[in-house]
Design a protein. Structure first.
Length: 150
């Protein structure tokens, strides 16, 4: 049965965790996924849309829609690149910068809830195993490739 596989269990855990995260973002005026784009800008403000697409590993229309929504919400704005005028730089507004601490607090709280009951050693082992899986953001595995190319 499928529901007896590790894949099934992982999907259920991830979906439940993501739904809880989405609900926690609502009071901040964010939708699930928007924090991922904001996080890239918190790390390096002024990225291009192409750089965001590459870093997030999502389709261009997804980034375009997310940027438009966050721009309408007053959390970021686009400015022309001074060297390449046809390229836009995505920059955080003060309101976008101010969301970093509350989003990180939510992220850390939900991660702690997810790992509640695990020892430090078990947490480290789980992190090491997950990061070694194909398609993990940190994976260095022959199966880690673009799945859309098939």
């Amino acid at each position: 049965m499928l529901d007896e596989t590790l894949t099934y269990a992982l999907i259920k855990v991830v979906k439940t965790h993501r739904n809880r995260f989405a609900a926690a973002l609502v009071p901040l005026g964010l939708h699930a996924g928007q924090e991922m784009l904001l996080n890239q800008l918190w790390k390096e403000d002024g990225l291009t849309q192409g750089e965001l697409i590459a870093r997030l590993g999502v389709e261009p229309p997804t980034v375009t829609k997310t940027i438009q929504r966050l721009e309408r919400a007053g959390l970021l704005h686009r400015t022309p690149d001074p060297v390449r005028p046809r390229v836009s730089r995505v920059r955080l507004t003060d309101a976008g910068k101010a969301l970093r601490a509350p989003v990180e607090d939510i992220w850390n709280r939900l991660e702690e809830e997810l790992l509640h009951g695990f020892t430090a050693e078990e947490r480290a082992l789980l992190a090491r195993l997950v990061h070694a899986m194909p398609f993990s953001p940190r994976a260095n595995h022959p199966c880690h490739h673009d799945t859309d190319s098939t």
